[in-house]
Design a protein around this ligand. Structure first.
Ligand SMILES: Nc1nc2c(c(=O)[nH]1)N[C@H]1C(S)=C(S)[C@@H](COP(=O)(O)O)O[C@H]1N2
Ligand SMILES: [Mo]
Length: 247
């Protein structure tokens, strides 16, 4: 980044002017403070990303919460897991972590859990308010000892959508956001198959397609290159959806 001094000494004709005098010249002021505005903008963007999504009261919950995308992965492997009520399901936590984990539903339930009533916004233009319960993803990552080199968390799902594996990814700001949870319950009941049983991501500051259902594993990675087609998610790879879908 070019500091103020760099701009000052670089501006021909301004070279000999004292600092205070340069700032009096409107054009110079604009150049000098443009960088500062950018910095403020960046700071605002980062602060905004830490802000909480609105939470709602129980009476505001939608009577019907539709499902979207895959409503049942339908594979033999998934059917076997569902038939055993997901007793054999394990969430694999790997990649750039000191301690890879294999978490059962009982493990997730046994961690400190968070419940939140939030609005789900699908890019297709529908919304629904529901309650979600699960441990904070940040706590799972801390338990696994996520390494400093990790920049993204990649979520691998049990389903194929249109024949391609559904996957998603988020950065560490969202991964450690307090409302980013691994939800195993919806509206006070274990997650049903349509909504992503046995466990799905809730990343409340982003649009619906980022909320990966049917989680099988998550990996801390330094780069999204080489995963899927490299754009960080099913819709990002196969249509042109934005990787960052902040709301
Ligand atoms: N594994 C998986 N996750 C997914 C999808 C999917 O098809 N497969 N669809 C996404 C989309 S577009 C939306 S809007 C939400 C829908 O969540 P719901 O079925 O619980 O309403 O899940 C998202 N997560
Ligand atoms: Mo969606």
């Amino acid at each position: 980044m070019i500091g103020r001094r760099g701009i000052l000494t670089g501006g021909a004709g301004l070279l000999l002017a004292g600092c205070d005098r340069v700032v009096q010249i409107p054009a110079a002021r604009r150049i000098l403070f443009a960088g500062e505005d950018m910095q403020k903008g960046l700071q605002r963007a980062l602060t905004d990303r830490a802000a909480l999504a609105p939470e709602f009261r129980p009476e505001q919950m939608s009577p019907v919460f539709r499902s979207n995308g895959t409503r049942d992965p339908g594979t033999d492997a998934y059917r076997a897991l569902a038939d055993a009520r997901f007793a054999d399901w394990r969430l694999e936590v790997g990649g750039l972590v000191a301690r890879p984990l294999r978490l059962s539903l009982a493990d997730l339930r046994g961690m400190p859990n968070r419940s939140q009533i939030t609005r789900h916004d699908c890019v297709e233009g529908w919304s629904a308010i529901g309650q979600w319960t699960g441990p904070m993803l940040g706590n799972v990552l801390k338990a696994a000892g996520v390494r400093p080199a990790a920049r993204y968390i990649v979520f691998t799902c049990a389903d194929l959508y249109g024949g391609a594996p559904y996957y998603e990814s988020i950065d560490m700001v969202d991964a450690f956001h307090p409302q980013t949870i691994l939800a195993w319950a919806m509206n006070g009941r274990p997650l049903d198959v349509a909504h992503g049983a046995p466990c799905r991501l809730r990343v409340e500051r982003q649009l619906g397609y980022k909320h990966a259902k049917y989680l099988m594993r998550l990996d801390a990675v330094a780069s999204l290159a080489g995963i899927g087609k490299g754009r960080g998610g099913y819709w990002e790879d196969n249509v042109d959806y934005d990787w960052y879908a902040g709301i």
